[in-house]
Design a protein around this ligand. Sequence first.
Ligand SMILES: Cc1cc2nc3c(=O)[nH]c(=O)nc-3n(C[C@H](O)[C@H](O)[C@H](O)COP(=O)(O)OP(=O)(O)OC[C@H]3O[C@@H](n4cnc5c(N)ncnc54)[C@H](O)[C@@H]3O)c2cc1C
Length: 471
Amino acid sequence: MDSFSCRRNRVVKDGRKTSVVTFAQRRMTSPVENVLIIGAGPCGLAAAHALSKVLPRDTKIDLYEKAHQLDVPRGAGLGMTVNGLKSLRAIDKSVFDHLVDQHAMIIESVNYLDPLGKVLRTEHGEEMNRKQKESYGLHGVQVGWFELVSTLRETLPPNVAVHTGTRFLRYQEEENNHGLINVYFEGQEEPVHAGLLVAADGYFSRVRQQCVGDGHPIFGGNLFWRARVDASLAQKFNYKSGHSAWYFGDNRVALVFTISKGHMVWTASCPEAELVDAGIDWKTVTKGKEESSAMSSDFIQRSMSNGEDAKHRLLKVFESFDQDQLLQLFKATDPTAIVEHALYVRPASDLRPEWFGKGRVVIMGDAAHPMRPTGQGVNQGLEDALQLAKCIQEAGGSFEMLDRFRANRTERLRPIMMEAETRGKAAYQKSAVAPRYDTAVASKEQIQMNPEDFEAFLFDGADFEPLEVQA
Ligand SMILES: Cc1cc2nc3c(=O)[nH]c(=O)nc-3n(C[C@H](O)[C@H](O)[C@H](O)COP(=O)(O)OP(=O)(O)OC[C@H]3O[C@@H](n4cnc5c(N)ncnc54)[C@H](O)[C@@H]3O)c2cc1C
């Protein structure tokens, strides 16, 4: 375990030290005095930061994560958009400054290429960034997933304790006890008590399965491959630091981009039909492994052993692509660095406030709204964290306005999830390289807003004022 600083009894189970709040101690802890967060991904960590601002300083916040180790580089890279950055800045300006100063990469240019590597269009980063900054006060950046998560974890305030290697199993709400929740973890007989249970446990959220009971997300029809590589490797094949390369066409998409001075990331994906055409029985790749096929820590471990197979599948699907650069980069990538995962989503049309939990159980991040990766997954998770804290702040530190949080997030997320569905599918169409994604969409009825209005809604359409720190 990383740390454990609250007043708890320590017991030894299965040779491991574990901790529980006893009933006697609980009597001294009013329900609002402790928060339990499941999942130390970007959203769980951001929620810990945000809640520590708006709850009284002595409120215990315990974060439980099933992965045993959080300090080994994992993940690939993320685009942090204006709304995600504004959310992080509103949660904690010093964390935002640290991330941006130490880890953010500014996009210098984006090349859009056809499958053979011919540049069809170039966007200049300086101009894009200047326009965004003029309109919204900030511009988007690229960061490593690991750098974002590490920054959030290393800057947690002292009232937050992280418990690694601890898998959430189930919870039980105590009747007639101010909504107190008993939370059960693997290998621990005694429950841990929580005044608020926040589920940030990703795609296959166990909390959600119990709370909402609407089963797993559905297969979104695509397989993804990602790898974080040394920048020097990508540079060997003429990929330049700060310059992104998007390959679109023939039903496949690939992207190479920079996440730090020393690292670049590539991602590749294709729909199911391409896998079938390439003779790949993808169902055997993911069958029975839903929970582990969505970038969970277990899967990251497992992919170390099947990286060769994943690489073989990737090369087969992309064999007709740019032989001089992209294929060379794929071939030169260490198979143990390759993560292969299926896409799982929930349809935007089904979105409703219950997706964000009920009573004293709050669901957020991918657990609440898994969507196609068009750049809003992590950014919406950061928004969830900020908006949850704002509702608690407005309710004077109580949990009375959680339903308002759920209603507001539903309203905000609906067009964003719909756009992700439309844009995600358009990416595989021939015209995807068009400057405006709406011209690449086959069915115009799918367009909710024109791209300019949507951008304004996304980057400006929420309350991004800083949280007020509680005494
Ligand atoms: C290791 C990893 C690497 C990733 N890399 C990338 C990337 O490079 N690019 C990208 O776009 N997206 C990546 N993602 C996905 C991305 O983080 C999410 O899509 C998004 O940011 C939402 O974050 P989240 O915190 O809601 O969920 P997640 O990031 O999925 O975090 C959920 C956390 O909950 C933990 N958890 C799950 N079940 C339990 C349980 N029962 N008990 C305790 N803990 C549990 C998981 O181990 C995980 O740490 C990655 C996710 C993971 C877990």
